[in-house]
Design a protein. Structure first.
Length: 202
């Protein structure tokens, strides 16, 4: 296998294990701390349509954040595996009473009903899951390329609305990146806010 690919596989395995070792108490604390970090985001006030995800595979739990944003009257959206365009995601409205069905990875998702879809360019913030990130904003995901493909449809100037969510232990020195990777401008962790554009030194 190509060297970069095997490095990505190894890193994915390592960081997923690292995440799985967090205790239930640590996970809960992190999920609550994430709410304060997200509420401090300058962009949040002016954002009405926000995409999130439901945690899977020991990802940082977004549910406390989801509940807080619902209380604030925000309209939330979840990723749904595209029924026709393989490898792409659709973003579907998620309300408190929306019924969810497990997709082929076992992740609960709403039905992809046309009137509940919002095109990616109309979302104000897209919070993405990730496995590992580095300080250049490189992102390693679960390996399906779903977010990379879907976000490649966004014009570069809209990339700043994409924000990765992760535990601090998911930060690595360097993600071995590929040509198709869409770098993140921002990542929030339970304790930190990273804006990679402002961290680039000339
Ligand atoms: N919470 C969450 N939702 C998400 C994503 C995600 O990373 N996290 N995705 C981000 O793209 C999409 C789903 N992508 C996924 C890709 C691989 C696996 C996964 O568990 N792979 C298994 C192999 C399973 C199989 O092939 O049947 C594995 O790696 O062990 C899960 C989700 C859409 N929804
Ligand atoms: N924009 C794209 N167009 C076509 N193929 C793509 C694109 N982005 C990624 N892919 C393909 O998807 C596969 C998985 O990509 P990658 O390993 O980067 O996924 P990932 O970032 O870990 O996963 P995800 O984005 O779903 O969280 C690769 O084989 C790659 O060729």
């Amino acid at each position: 296998m190509h060297d970069n690919q095997s490095q990505r596989l190894q890193l994915r395995k390592l960081i997923r294990q690292r995440r799985q070792q967090l205790s239930p108490a640590q996970q809960q604390q992190a999920a609550n701390d994430l709410v304060s970090q997200a509420l401090a985001l300058p962009a949040l006030n002016n954002s009405q349509h926000i995409a999130l995800y439901l945690a899977n595979d020991s990802e940082l739990d977004t549910f406390p954040l989801i509940q807080t944003l619902w209380q604030q009257g925000k309209q939330l959206y979840l990723p749904v595996l595209h029924p026709f365009a393989a490898g792409y995601l659709l973003f579907v409205r998620y309300d408190q009473d929306t019924l969810l069905y497990p997709n082929r990875f076992g992740i609960p998702e709403p039905l992809a009903e046309c009137h509940r879809l919002l095109p990616v360019d109309q979302l104000d913030i897209i919070f993405t899951p990730l496995v590992a990130f580095d300080l250049k904003g490189n992102r390693l995901g679960m390996g399906g390329g779903f977010y990379d493909r879907t976000l490649s449809q966004l014009p570069t100037k809209s990339r700043s609305k994409v924000i990765g969510l992760a535990y601090n232990c998911q930060q690595v020195d360097a993600v071995p990146c590929e040509a198709w990777d869409i770098p993140l401008n921002k990542v929030i962790t339970p304790g930190e806010y990273f804006d990679f554009r402002s961290m680039i030194t000339p």
